[in-house]
Design a protein around this ligand. Structure first.
Ligand SMILES: NC(=O)c1ccc[n+]([C@@H]2O[C@H](COP(=O)([O-])OP(=O)(O)OC[C@H]3O[C@@H](n4cnc5c(N)ncnc54)[C@H](OP(=O)(O)O)[C@@H]3O)[C@@H](O)[C@H]2O)c1
Length: 163
């Protein structure tokens, strides 16, 4: 299982249940990584999707409210989610947010694809600082790219406990 996230220079990831920046190149990267694969997200992140379930992907939503989601499978807790995810190749499963789901699943993930935005988005939702965690190591980072007026880098971290 992997994580995919875009974070600002304070590891901020969202504000008012929305994303911090509009980043077309990062959205393209996200699509390329996840199309044909499995995406896992929390109820708040799903609620923030402009067109509902992400197309051409298996969508799994974590939600214990009993709500039904069009185009998505619901998992009511982490053990059920892990059983569902185990039906797929682990490399094909991507944890897509938000903050609470990232925090709960981080240590089940082998790789984190972190798009780093060189900006402060004044976030109210955060990702764990992987540079401060002993079991996470940055293995690569792209050259800077200008995306929607913001400098971004596509970085990969690996969980040394798993990968
Ligand atoms: N930068 C990025 O890459 C990125 C990606 C995705 C999201 N985000 C941002 O992250 C923020 C949202 O994060 P968030 O933490 O508020 O929301 P979230 O993680 O998307 O969803 C939280 C909700 O999911 C359900 N849930 C979570 N864990 C559960 C569990 N173990 N069992 C059952 N249900 C569970 C609960 O819903 P119920 O209370 O309804 O049961 C909980 O309220 C937004 O600002 C969003 O834009 C950023």
């Amino acid at each position: 299982m992997n994580i995919i996230v875009v974070a600002d220079n304070k590891w901020g990831i969202g504000k008012n249940n929305g994303l911090l920046f509009r980043l077309p190149a990062d959205m393209k990267f996200f699509r390329e990584k996840t199309v044909g694969k499995v995406v896992i997200m929390g109820a708040n992140t799903f609620a923030g999707l402009p067109h509902g379930a992400l197309p051409d992907r298996v969508n799994i939503v974590l939600d214990d409210s009993g709500k039904k989601y069009n185009g998505a499978i619901t998992a009511t807790d982490i053990p059920q989610l892990l059983r569902l995810a185990a039906q797929y190749s682990t490399d094909d499963v991507f944890v897509c947010g938000g903050a609470s789901v990232y925090a709960q699943l981080l240590n089940k993930c082998a790789y984190a694809y972190v798009t780093k935005a060189e900006a402060d988005g004044n976030a109210d939702a955060f990702f764990p600082d992987l540079d401060a965690l002993p079991n996470w190591r940055q293995v690569s980072c792209s050259d800077p790219v200008c995306d929607g007026g913001i400098t971004i880098r596509f970085c990969t971290y690996c969980n040394t406990d798993i990968a």
